[in-house]
Design a binder for this molecule. Structure first.
Ligand code: NAI
Ligand code: MG
Length: 367
């Protein structure tokens, strides 16, 4: 039987994006060799790098490559030199264009505390000692960031009024809830749904629809938390969560809060999945580290590539269905950390501090 070949569009972007993406490609190639499939990578400009080269952050060529790909591996975009540009030319415009184009409604952010890095967490050992391993499933294309009406208007009496509107339909809630419950089935079978059902109508509908979807998943436990309480419980009992399901707005805050539990921003991957499917009938996913382009360390082989590498693991799992290879990448990351390898951002003593490329090579060697 011919080895399956998957097409990955690489969008390295700006700053440390190209360095960390190169690290992820190194590791993905090792995983493909070990697990009997082939990866066809192609690199395309995006963000500021694309603006410099082509006058637009999301060139046609890049869009066509994304359309043809089974999955998209993204680095980071942005930098101070682009801050003054009009919105449509700004690097972040590419991100929104991609989210919209593939209807990437589910943003997945695993919050995993690696035991060797426990001392990097700001929380006490008695709170995190039992382990922290949950995943935030955030709705990404609806809610208050997109709802109408929106805008700033001046009323007749001169009062200026800013408006945003939280809007969710039952279908939008149901599809993100199904994603959350499905993921919980592959984990510890618990969903914690976050809303403000006490004061917001969209939140009341959110809770109702999550309960309706929960009936399709009788084997998964469901818990509802009000968003303010959820913010508190993340710090009080982070070990209790498995899948945390949240709207666009609440998921934004809670995922940044939860990220702080784990020690370094250079370790955290994310995946955005949506309605668009690839040739395998799996989600055409978009995978990006949660960190930005880190202009302060760019081009110096200092960046931690583990977030990008873990994006690679999520890509193998969600877009290619290569679960065994995904687990192998995740195990290799755990092993390098256990063996004491660090990058400069990991403020826990180890045995060796490595550069970006060397860290990626250590992970690849352990696949
Ligand atoms: P940032 O995440 O780029 O950097 C924050 C701090 O963390 C910096 O000190 C940086 O050196 C460090 N850091 C980040 N990633 C690291 C890694 N892999 N290894 C080691 N250290 C790492 O956030 P910042 O500084 O607020 O933004 C810089 C630029 O990135 C801005 O132009 C911003 O708009 C953009 N950005 C882009 C994002 C994206 O592409 N999705 C997300 C966040 C910011
Ligand atoms: Mg945020």
């Amino acid at each position: 039987m011919a080895r399956p070949t998957y097409r990955i569009a690489c969008l390295p972007g700006d700053g440390i994006g190209p360095e960390v993406t190169r690290g992820a490609v190194t590791v993905l190639e090792a995983a493909a060799a070990a697990y009997g499939f082939a990866l066809e990578f192609s690199a395309h400009p995006v963000g500021g790098a694309a603006y410099d080269a082509a006058g637009t952050p999301f060139p046609d060529e890049t869009r066509e490559a994304c359309d043809a790909a089974d999955a998209i591996l993204f680095g980071a975009v942005g930098g101070p030199q682009y801050d003054g540009l009009p919105w449509e030319h700004r690097p972040e415009a590419a991100l929104l264009a991609i989210r919209k184009r593939y209807d990437l409604y589910a943003n997945l952010r695993p919050i995993l505390l690696y035991p060797p890095l426990r001392d990097a967490s700001p929380l006490k050992n008695e709170i995190i000692g039992g382990g922290v391993d949950f995943i935030i499933v955030r709705e990404l294309v609806g809610g208050i960031y997109f709802g109408e009406p929106r805008g700033i208007t001046t009323l007749e009496d001169g009062t200026r009024r800013g408006v945003n509107t939280e809007v969710y339909t039952d279908a939008e809630i149901a599809r993100i809830a199904r994603m959350g419950f499905t993921i919980a089935r592959g984990r510890r079978r618990k969903v914690t749904s976050v809303d403000k059902a006490n004061v917001m109508e969209a939140g009341r509908l959110w809770r109702t629809v999550v309960d309706e979807v929960a009936r399709e998943f009788p084997d998964v436990e469901v818990e509802h938390l009000l968003a303010d309480n959820a913010a508190m419980q993340i710090l009080r009992r982070p070990g209790d969560f498995d899948v945390m399901l949240a709207s666009n707005l609440f998921g934004d805050f809670l995922s940044d809060e939860a990220a702080m539990l784990t020690g370094s921003i250079g370790l955290l991957p994310s995946a955005s999945l949506g309605a668009a499917q690839n040739r395998l009938g799996l989600p055409k996913g978009f995978y990006e580290p949660i960190h930005g382009s880190a202009p302060d360390i760019a081009g110096r082989d200092l960046a931690n590539p583990l977030a990008a590498i873990l994006c690679g693991a999520m890509l193998l799992r969600h877009s290619l269905g290569q679960e065994e290879a995904a687990l192998a990448v995740e195990r290799a990351v755990v092993r390098v950390l256990e063996e004491g390898f660090r990058t400069g951002d990991i403020k826990v003593p180890g045995t060796a501090v490595l550069g970006t490329a060397a860290m990626a090579a250590e992970v690849a060697r352990r696949i």
